[in-house]
Design a protein around this ligand. Structure first.
Ligand code: MLT
Length: 271
């Protein structure tokens, strides 16, 4: 059973979803979504594991950016937020991972506290920083957000987040992704755009990540395509790469069974 809980941490309300009991696996969400994107994985949790999916700072239904540094958020702020949350749950070590921006936060967490990691999951993400072109695109998106709000971000992001096949064949998923984007506070979206623009190159961290790592990617991911995942796997020392046939960037939502199977196999085989 998936439970939704919240707690006050350093003056802000932290919401998270959780299921199962046993060794902890922390799952960090993508931009511009919330912890709810992990529900399909939390609903079919393998025996002996506890999956925990927190909202990143400012995202989700509990909205408070007061603890962020002057409105300007960095990946390290998100990482510290997750670290404080895990401390609150008295979880010292875990398998930690995320999808896309959740992966960027995973790298930031690794830089801050590598000793927390017993394994890592890097799904549909990349280690490189933004290119100049990427940063310019995010600056434009920030303007669009200021002028037209989260619905306009959904217009731009849905075609990139979901494959053509999913947009054609999974109308409920398309509607869910759009609704979830529109429900995010503008301050959270703005903060995340700044954090992603400013994030450092994490490729050196890949060499230092010696824990078992699952690299997972949708075959039709256009934001972080399979070649990016292959390159990450090659830089890591103990990584396994799984490609999810036909899935786009939100591979865990487009192909939840295949994604969860890959996760189960990784947890069983490598930990
Ligand atoms: C995400 O899915 O988290 C974002 O698309 C990542 C990005 O824009 O770099």
């Amino acid at each position: 059973m998936v439970t939704e809980q919240s707690v006050d941490i350093r003056g802000r309300r932290q919401r998270w979803l959780e299921a199962g009991a046993g060794w902890p696996v922390v799952l960090l969400h993508a931009f511009p979504l919330s912890a709810d994107m992990w529900r399909p994985q939390l609903e079919r949790i393998p025996d002996g594991w506890r999956f925990i999916a927190p909202d990143l700072l400012g995202f989700g239904p509990v909205q408070d950016l007061s603890s962020s540094s002057g409105g300007r958020i960095t990946m390290e702020d998100y990482a510290r937020g997750v670290g404080d949350f895990l401390d609150g749950l008295e979880i010292d070590t875990a398998i930690i991972g995320g999808l896309s921006m959740g992966g960027y936060v995973t790298f930031a967490m690794f830089r801050l506290a590598p000793e927390r990691f017993t394994g890592a999951i890097l799904a549909d993400t990349r280690a490189e920083a933004d290119t100049a072109e990427g940063r310019a695109g995010r600056a434009k998106m920030r303007d669009v957000l200021a002028e037209r709000g989260a619905a306009a971000i959904a217009d731009q992001m849905v075609p990139k987040l979901l494959s053509e096949g999913a947009r054609r064949d999974q109308p409920d998923l398309v509607a869910w992704v759009r609704r979830t984007i529109e429900a995010q506070p503008a301050a959270a979206l703005e903060g995340a755009l700044a954090a992603m623009m400013g994030r450092p190159d994490s490729r050196a961290d890949l060499r230092r990540m010696k824990v078992p790592t699952l690299v997972i990617v949708g075959e039709a991911d256009e934001i972080t395509p399979p070649e990016v995942a292959t390159e990450m796997q090659q830089r890591l020392t103990r990584a396994q790469l799984v490609t999810i046939p036909g899935a786009g960037h939100l591979s865990n939502l487009e192909a939840p069974d295949a994604f969860s199977r890959a996760l189960d196999d990784f947890l069983l085989a490598h930990i």
